[in-house]
Write a protein that binds this ligand. Structure first.
Ligand code: NDP
Ligand code: 8X3
Length: 251
């Protein structure tokens, strides 16, 4: 029987590329994001190209009731083999003493609370089934802190801590947990971070070769397809041009 992967934030970037990788592997898909028009188009594309079943669900992962409704009423008691907690964002890049509190709330509510809401709903099914894999998309920002990244880095440190906690609580229940920590990946991430300022976003990747969403999707598919006795607990993936959060070689 085909396996099922649930990918949050599948309307763009890493989540979209991950859904394609799982479709290539023959997984049925449950995809989420807020932009329903993108989900509609993506479902048709995946079903016609890869002949897998795709169910799409548009909701805001920051809204606990919407997450609960999705998990309890929309997907029913379906078994989830792989949960990819990918939905997330950075909003703003400013010193904390000049930070925008609305930016902070968006990041904390999405990257930390949203991830917790959905995991709290779906992890018990994995425990009952005695199998499953939770793959959390963290960041190099969860490993080191860079100036002006304060709250974003705090959320990704939280993702890493949550991943480690989950792993220690679930390893003896047949469930694997992985923290994926990418460096610079060119997606809509920087456009969102700079509130739609495309030229400022382009500058982030100027003169260097960033990772692509497909590079990270490839790593996620790799960790998900290891033999059952192998759990890749943590994976840091950097562009070759990046030495650390603050060290980037540019031509
Ligand atoms: P994108 O902006 O391209 O994609 C973000 C995805 O998250 C979209 O599908 C978006 O969907 C979804 N999302 C954001 N907010 C919400 C919300 N409130 N409710 C539901 N879905 C939401 O960025 P990336 O693909 O780069 O980012 C994916 C993950 O990777 C994030 O967690 C990010 O922090 C992490 N990451 C990114 C890196 C990078 O350099 N790009 C590096 C390291 C980690 P929609 O807007 O339709 O709701
Ligand atoms: C996204 C990469 O370097 O902007 O998590 O934090 S970075």
């Amino acid at each position: 029987m085909s396996k099922t992967a649930l990918v949050t934030g599948a309307t763009a970037g890493i989540g979209e590329a991950t859904a394609i990788e799982f479709a290539k592997l023959g997984y049925n898909l449950i995809l989420t994001g807020r932009r329903k028009d993108r989900l509609d188009k993506f479902k048709s594309q995946l079903e016609s190209e890869y002949k897998v079943s795709v169910s799409i669900h548009a909701f805001d992962i920051r809204e606990r009731r919407q997450v609960e409704d999705f998990c309890r009423n929309e997907i029913g008691d379906q078994q989830i083999d792989v949960l990819v907690n990918n939905a997330g964002l950075a909003s703003g890049l400013a010193p904390l003493h000049a930070g925008d509190i609305e930016d902070w709330e968006k990041m904390i509510d999405t990257n930390v609370k949203g991830l917790l809401y959905i995991t709290r709903e779906l992890a018990p099914r994995m425990v009952d089934a005695g199998s499953g894999h939770i793959i959390n998309v963290g960041s190099i920002a969860g490993v080191e802190v860079y100036p002006n990244g304060n709250v974003y880095c705090a959320t990704k440190h939280a993702v890493r801590a949550i991943s480690e906690g989950l792993r220690k609580e679930l390893y003896d229940k047949g469930i694997r947990v992985t923290n994926i920590a990418p460096g610079l990946v060119e997606t809509e991430f920087s456009i969102v971070r700079f509130h739609g300022d495309k030229s400022r976003a382009d500058n982030v990747y100027q003169g260097m070769s960033p990772l692509t969403a497909e590079d990270i999707a490839d790593c996620i598919a790799f960790v998900a397809t290891r033999p059952p006795h192998v759990n890749i607990a943590d994976m840091l993936i950097l562009p070759s041009d990046q030495g650390s959060s603050t060290q980037v070689k540019r031509s």
